[in-house]
Design a protein around this ligand. Structure first.
Ligand code: SF4
Length: 240
């Protein structure tokens, strides 16, 4: 049967938020950040819980985002797709093509929940910030979702093998991940071929989990752990 649609219209992602200028979301670049609506996980430390439900109406239309970006081509290096979990959105590849066509480099923040979709978009990306949450056996404790670690590690391996510039990051909070677990995770990443690693201090801002919002222990992560990780990776940093 002939197809009635000779041209397929570009699909539009559902956008939960937009930050026009950021120097921290892709280190070294001045980027706009597009927050895609929806995430399949429920991390206790999430500072964007309003982005978790997929069935929310997007707060910003894709047309507004592209109009704004078109006016800022000369002011920005890049656009970062963040979330939520941007690879959840079936329109992500079309959105990346649209942003590239405007002349921007493209970065992605992901936790790797959808390895097949990541495989589809990896060739379109210049950089990936990959949120690796815990050793495989401990993933559910962080994300609240059984079986969340397997896709994440498959996606992480795919990213390493792609050769695309990236960094792995883990959010650290002493109630959620111990130093022994952080070290075990780092060993796994090194064995997989990971070379860039960042520990990110838990940020209270936006987090709705009151149990986590107390003052943290000053010696976590300890200097000893930081020194060990510095020796294991080509590049290691602690971001508070
Ligand atoms: S993966 Fe990210 S957006 Fe999703 S619940 Fe966890 S911290 Fe929040």
């Amino acid at each position: 049967m002939p197809c009635h649609h000779s041209t397929v219209a570009a699909r539009r992602p559902k956008i939960g938020g937009f930050v026009p200028f950021s120097s921290t979301d892709w280190p070294g670049k001045l980027a706009a950040v597009v927050f895609v609506q929806g995430c399949p996980w429920q991390c206790a430390y999430c500072h964007n819980p309003h982005l978790q439900p997929r069935d929310e109406t997007g707060a910003v239309s894709w047309a507004q985002v592209t109009d704004t970006l078109a006016r800022r081509v000369s002011l920005l290096d890049a656009v970062v797709f963040s979330g939520g979990e941007p690879t959840l959105d079936p329109a992500l590849a079309d959105a990346i093509h649209a942003v590239r066509a405007l002349g921007f480099q493209v970065g992605l923040h992901t936790g790797g929940a959808y390895p097949h979709r990541l495989a589809e978009i990896l060739p379109l990306l210049d950089w990936v910030g990959f949120d690796i949450k815990a050793p495989l056996a401990d993933y559910e404790r962080i994300t609240g979702i059984a079986g969340s670690g397997e896709p994440a590690f498959a996606a992480a391996q795919m990213l390493i093998e792609s050769g695309i510039a990236h960094e792995f990051r883990t959010t650290v909070h002493p109630d959620l991940i111990s130093e022994d677990e952080l070290f075990a995770l780092a060993e796994t990443l090194v064995a997989m071929g990971g070379r860039n690693y960042v520990l990110q201090g838990f940020r209270q801002q936006g987090c709705e989990n009151d149990a986590l919002t107390r003052i943290q222990h000053a010696e976590y992560p300890s200097r000893q752990l930081q020194q060990k990780l510095s020796a294991m990776f080509a590049r290691f940093a602690l971001r508070r």
